[in-house]
Design a protein around this ligand. Structure first.
Ligand SMILES: Cc1ncc(C[n+]2csc(CCOP(=O)(O)OP(=O)(O)O)c2C)c(N)n1
Length: 876
């Protein structure tokens, strides 16, 4: 363990001189002066080559000494009574659900450890919408029962809802964790997947600044609070945003880490100490750290400790031992903690075992927590983390308190319930306690009047979610998209088209300021460098340097009111920014339209869980998966070439995924998507894959807009085999139709398949309806209408076969699919398409084979020089 005290001292006398000097400096000149001298010493030490080697953490005690605690502004006894009731109701709802069904899960121990943390926020800090929009609170997910328990006392949830915790189907129930999709008037931020809360909270705080600096909303009074678990901090995403938060001086952000020292299986750091470790990480990142480790009961003991014996004892105690001590009584603690060191024993000389038993951890002391929250709120220029030491399962005694299996405890036997009731002096008879009755004081009781008055003073109830905000008009497509709608054969990539359309939207007076382009260090890759100059890159400090390219038209312009978010190489950060913008209509009552453009391979595959959370959040915006397609991104090879994102996209119910081939298709999708989200306020988002291959772009035929949205329309030909091409492979399919006619005298229809997932969804809906209404007139889906009959259908895509196969079961005709299953590799587009067998020649062979023209198929294999003996692409 990295103890703050050196284990051996070769010259104690000399050390004592130095320490004595410091002691007297603090005594005579005060802490601030001592701090100054220390920094000066540290600076000099560095110059002399003496670098401090310790991790940057302070002794194992509260950051705020008792003399600097503000007076407590609340009724302490009342608040403690309320905490006790909330703890009980949260426990009761989990235990009831499991008693009744035994398989519903839920957690008691986490909220039991976090109750005081939450209540400090609810009673004194979490401001609700009071004209300025209120604070944003990210709740530790498995503590959700506590938030429900509070909403019950507030009269916002009924006993019936509490009784139906984790039973959401078929009546009033409550979701396991915070899910805006399932509770659109209640939960704002999904946090159920560990790590997503912390990183999205950071980018929310940053987005508040962005809105402010761009003059879109006054967010100065708003604060982001995030309560997270100490185990949760092991997720890379949890710490992924820390340095950004410090760099951008987000003093509107506070993390409270509930350090109960345990996670699911066991201790977070059995052989070490999680609190100093987290302190070092946060300090190193530039955060203000406030530790709340010991309750007020310890203050007198610390005051007696002139030699820091207690701190030494704390420093040498691993978290595994703290857990064991936490699970045992005062006698055990005396024997195994205090008596190990005579100096420490002497500090508690007059205390009984019962007194020792009552010593609490700081995170269960409302006074200490309040002081920490107040310090966080007052801190200027940097974010604050409060490290609150708590006990998992606090109050559960033998049924879970500090026990290895605390996380799993879902039921308590009658004795444990009665003990819990006694410990927190709950107004329940034995029968009521054993029957897990909820405690609901009368509406005019002192408790509920107090609770409601506190919330009133803070602006109202929370969490609460807004469903809609004022719509924003989308400009007519013709006003900026003519180049794409009437391309008349001009060569262009779909990426170029999308970027130009984005530029057009940015120029619109109404919608333009609401558009947020987001990149993760790839703007140049996608030909967006012009946006640097046009709309500027957001930076809270503007530009403090003269950019190297300042003389150029497209120079790298950073500005306080910059519009583009250049996130650097962090897809997790960029998508978190996208989530903040995409939920701005709800969270800030300012509808924004974000476009996050990225390497499509580093989207669903890399940050898929964050996209899933975005969907849960009812995000509205565009994800543009550029350099898409396994064979269209030549050269880059296996890790870059995306052949799968459309599979994952199809599994997200409110994601509309498109793989357009032509510039006008991109234009129609962006236009209709923007209208759906900004004007119609539909809770859906759009994923559009874009290629970097230049090819001829036709003008839009008449009347195809609706079908582009549905996912399929005919491009050319009629009769014969039906060829479906998607995205960048459509030109191959068009070429294949030409070859079929020219070389083999076979006619073909060509169809553009803009979205297999949309086709499949609609077809599945029709099929389901027909199944459940066998006597009614049959519904026919778009794909069935388009591809009715028996003429063979061949589909080719730059994605894996599974994508077109989404429509397979809705077709009567024989269906052949060509796709890019297997690992990508570096080569030219032509070589890749030959390798994956999605080029024109392979489409021709597939069509001839599907038509049963075996001789011609064999001849075509030979004529085009196809390697029929090579193994399939996915075996190589
Ligand atoms: C990404 C992810 N992995 C695993 C889980 C399952 N899980 C839920 S709670 C939990 C332990 C959390 O420990 P901690 O953060 O310390 O919180 P505590 O309950 O101890 O307060 C785990 C592993 C999850 N929710 N999300």
């Amino acid at each position: 363990m990295n103890a703050p005290f050196p284990p051996r001292d070769p010259d104690p006398e000399e050390t004592a001189d130095w320490l004595g000097a410091l002691d007297s400096l603090v005594r005579s000149a005060g802490r601030e002066r001592a701090q100054f001298v220390l920094s000066a010493l540290e600076g000099r030490a560095r110059l002399l080559g003496v670098d401090p080697e310790h991790l940057p953490f302070s002794p194992y005690r509260n950051t705020i000494p008792p003399e600097r605690q503000p007076a407590y502004p609340g009724d302490l006894a009342m608040e403690e009574r309320l905490v006790a009731i909330l703890r009980w109701n949260a426990l009761a709802m989990v235990a009831r659900a499991n008693k009744a069904y035994g398989e519903l899960g839920g957690h008691i121990a986490s909220y039991a450890s976090a109750a005081e943390i939450f209540e400090t926020g609810f009673n004194h800090f979490f401001r609700a919408d009071a004209g300025s929009g209120g604070d944003l609170v990210f709740f530790q997910p498995h503590s959700a029962p506590g938030v429900y328990a509070r909403a019950f006392l507030e009269g916002r949830l009924s006993a019936e809802q509490l009784s139906n915790y984790r039973q959401e189907i078929g009546g009033p129930g409550l979701s396991s964790y915070p899910h805006p999709w399932l509770a659109p008037d209640f939960w704002q931020f999904p946090t159920g997947s560990m790590g997503i809360g912390p990183i999205t909270a950071v980018y929310q705080a940053r987005f508040l600044r962005y809105l402010q600096d761009r003059g879109l909303a006054d967010t100065r009074a708003r604060h982001v609070w995030g309560v997270f678990g100490d185990g949760e901090m092991d997720e890379p995403e949890s710490i992924g945003g820390l340095s950004l938060a410090a760099r951008e001086k987000l003093d509107n952000l506070t993390f409270i880490i509930n350090c109960n020292l345990q996670r699911l299986d066991g201790p977070v750091r059995g052989n070490g100490q999680i609190i100093p470790e987290l302190e070092s990480i946060f300090r190193g990142a530039g955060w203000n750290v406030v530790k709340v480790l010991w309750s007020s009961d310890w203050d007198a003991i610390f005051a007696r400790d002139k030699t820091h014996a207690l701190l030494r004892r704390f420093a040498e105690t691993p978290d595994g031992t703290y857990q064991t001590l936490g699970a045992r009584d005062g006698g055990y603690n005396l024997a195994h903690f205090f008596e190990e060191d005579p100096e420490v024993r002497a500090l508690v000389a007059g205390m009984s075992e019962g007194d020792i038993d009552r010593l609490r951890r700081g995170g269960h002391d409302l006074i200490k927590l309040h002081a920490a929250f107040a310090a966080a709120k007052a801190e200027k220029g940097r974010p604050t983390v409060i490290l609150a030491k708590t006990k998992k399962g606090f109050g559960m005694a033998g049924a879970g308190e500090s026990r290895m299996t605390a996380h799993q405890a879902k039921k308590l036997d009658t004795d444990a319930l009665l003990a819990y009731r006694d410990r927190f002096a709950l107004p329940l008879t034995d029968e009521q306690a054993a029957g897990l009755e909820f405690v609901l004081p009368a509406q005019d009781s002192a408790e509920l009047r107090y609770l409601k008055a506190r919330r009133e003073a803070l602006g109202g109830y929370l969490p609460a979610r807004r469903r809609t905000s004022a719509p924003v008009a989308v400009p007519a497509l013709a006003s900026y998209g003519e180049f794409a709608l009437a391309a008349a054969g001009k060569e262009m990539s779909t990426t170029m088209a999308a970027v130009r359309l984005l530029g057009g939207l940015l120029k619109d007076k109404g919608l333009g300021p609401r558009v947020t382009p987001i990149v993760a260090d790839e703007a140049r890759t996608f030909g967006m460098a012009n946006l640097f100059r046009q709309v500027g890159i957001y930076s809270p400090v503007g530009q403090l340097y003269e950019p190297e390219d300042s003389g150029s038209m497209l120079y790298y312009r950073e500005a306080r009111d910059g519009q583009l978010l250049e996130e650097g190489i962090t897809e997790a950060g960029a998508i978190s920014s996208w989530v903040a913008a995409a939920t701005s209509y709800s969270v800030h009552n300012v509808a924004m339209l974000p476009f996050y453009i990225y390497y499509s391979m580093f989207g669903f595959q890399r940050v898929g869980d964050l996209i899933w959370a975005a969907a849960d959040s009812r995000a509205r915006g565009f994800l543009l998966g550029a350099t898409a397609g396994r064979t269209t991104l030549g050269g880059e090879g296996l890790q870059h070439q995306d052949g799968s994102s459309h599979v994952v996209a199809a599994t997200i119910p409110n994601c509309r995924a498109y793989d357009p081939a032509f510039a006008y298709e991109v234009a129609v999708i962006l236009d209709r998507g923007a209208r759906a989200m900004m004007e119609e306020q539909r809770d859906e988002f759009f994923y559009v894959t874009l290629g970097n291959e230049n090819y001829e772009q036709p003008s839009m035929p008449e009347g195809v807009e609706e079908d582009i949205l549905r996912g399929l329309y005919r491009v050319s030909g009629s009769g014969g085999v039906r060829l479906l091409g998607a995205g960048a492979i459509l030109p191959q399919v068009i070429e294949a139709a030409r070859l079929l006619q020219a070389d083999w005298g076979v006619g073909a229809e060509v169809w553009s398949a803009t979205s297999f997932s949309q086709l499949a969804r609609e077809a599945a809906e029709a099929e389901r309806w027909n199944r459940l209404h066998p006597l009614a007139a049959r519904r026919v889906s778009h794909v069935e209408t388009c591809l009715a009959g028996e003429a063979p259908v061949v589909a080719a895509t730059d994605y894996v076969r599974a994508v077109p196969q989404m429509i397979a079961s809705y077709l009567e005709a024989p269906f052949t699919v060509l796709g890019t299953d297997g690992f990508g590799r570096s080569d030219t587009r032509a070589a890749l398409r030959r390798f994956f067998e999605v080029d024109a020649a392979h489409v021709v062979v597939a069509a001839l084979a599907a038509l049963g023209l075996k001789e011609k198929a064999a001849a075509a294999v030979a004529a085009y020089g196809l390697d029929s003996e090579a193994g399939a692409s996915w075996t190589r």
